[in-house]
Design a protein around this ligand. Sequence first.
Ligand code: MF3
Ligand code: CO
Length: 246
Amino acid sequence: MIKSLEEIELLKIAGKIVGDTHKFLKPFIKPGITTQELDKVAKDFIISQGATPSFLNYNGYPAAICTSINEEVVHGIPGNRVLQEGDIISIDIGACYHGYHGDSAWSYPVGSISEDKKYLLEHTEQALYEGLSVIKPGNTIGDIGYTIEQYALKHKLGVVKELVGHGVGKHLHEQPDVPNYGKKNTGMTLRKGMVIAVEPMLNLGKPSIYVLDDDWTIVTSDNMPSAHFEHTVLVTKDGYEILTKR
Ligand code: MF3
Ligand code: CO
């Protein structure tokens, strides 16, 4: 799980392409656009950077990005759905550069949104940064999950537990699993040169989720909105570096 310097160079480039794709896509996220139009913009951009979309054909996934609206938690498939004022949309992007992946999800408002949805976005983003803040050699995977879970509980948000963050490298999903819950001082110890994706998925309502009949889209059981913020990060000698900055 420890990456070499050569691998880290490629992971940095892959991460930057993912961050740049988010930046490029953001102005398109407006009422009236369809999710498949967003998918095409992102896919063309990733390819223009000399990379390939990591998700396309991953376990048969049929698109370049995931677009999950409102009560959809993750893995929403782009299609002819039109974004409406007041929606929130979680966009998950992966890119593969010379065999190495970057992975980052971000939730965006569509036009102006309710105070509840603003609260959800603000605190899910903060939960990600709280989780990242404890990353350094000697701390554990459990410390990350504990920190995210405590922050979410304090803000009365539901923590999705069935899906977890992960190592990133030659494969999009590698060991270790990085849950958004846990106990301090448990799980694998973080070491310099590890690359992991931390990705809290928090719900305005209860934590419970299920999978739609398309076998991909995950939604909240109570139909309440959900948000997802994810960065791929490198563990450094005294902390971490975000590879998917935008
Ligand atoms: N970023 C997503 C994750 O880490 C990956 C989605 S890939 C898909 O779970 F192909 F399954 F959509
Ligand atoms: Co991920």
